[in-house]
Design a protein around this ligand. Structure first.
Ligand code: FMN
Length: 201
């Protein structure tokens, strides 16, 4: 099969991308709106892109009707967000929080999760998540303006919280304890339980 992007259906192109660029880590993002109401949603167009300063990027795409998702609107307005780690014990809540609720209706209540205040930004952290990155917006780069077009939200991580329970003996996140989950194509997800080690040359 070949897909000529210039003439293909945008959903087919989307499926080809997300089915192959795998596994994708998940940013589980908390934001607040102008009234301080908390929003929570997962985004698997996500990664880290530098450590000095520490930078993360995720992409809330435009909806299929071309409108902006609440997370993007909130960050445009408040310029702050928190990336919470998506881990195996919270897989169901991560999925639940992707429900398209009307603006102002909280995914926190829907999932039964709890929030705890952040230190350097206004959006709170997900209490149950073992790692939280408090982020300040550096830049938003819209890439396109049609359905499912990306909006690269570039954030500087200004505060990192890591639960001691997921640390190794050197004070670093231990993947065997952290157990992040990731997104594949279709409705498939994966756990990070099939690990192997290689020494760098
Ligand atoms: C695991 C997972 C990953 C997702 N990744 C993305 C993504 O990278 N970009 C995106 O726009 N939507 C993604 N979604 C869908 C959003 O979470 C969904 O549209 C959500 O309702 C957006 O919430 P908001 O309108 O409150 O911002 C993902 C959903 C799931 C379950």
């Amino acid at each position: 099969m070949q897909i000529d992007v210039s003439s293909a259906n945008v959903v087919d192109v989307y499926q080809a991308l997300v089915g192959v660029v795998t596994p994708r880590p998940i940013a589980w993002v908390t934001t607040i709106d102008r009234e301080g109401r908390v929003n929570l949603a997962p985004f698997s167009f996500f990664n880290a892109f530098g450590a000095n300063p520490p930078v993360v990027v995720f992409s809330p795409t435009l909806r299929r009707d071309g409108t902006k998702k609440d997370t993007l609107l909130n960050i445009e307005e408040t310029r702050e967000f928190v990336v919470n780690a998506a881990v195996a014990s919270l897989a169901e809540q991560v999925n639940q929080s992707s429900a398209e609720l009307p603006p102002g209706e909280s995914e926190i209540a829907l999932t039964g999760l709890h929030t705890v205040s952040s230190i350097k930004v206004k959006p709170p952290r997900v209490q149950e998540s073992p790692v939280n990155f408090e982020c300040k917006l550096m830049q938003i780069i819209p890439v396109g303006n049609g359905p499912i077009s990306g909006n690269l939200v570039i954030g500087e991580v200004v505060m990192i919280h890591i639960d001691d329970a997921v640390l190794d003996g050197k004070g670093r996140a231990d993947p065997r304890k952290l157990q992040t989950i990731a997104r594949l194509g279709g409705d498939f997800w994966c756990r990070t339980s099939d690990l192997f080690e290689q020494k760098r040359p």
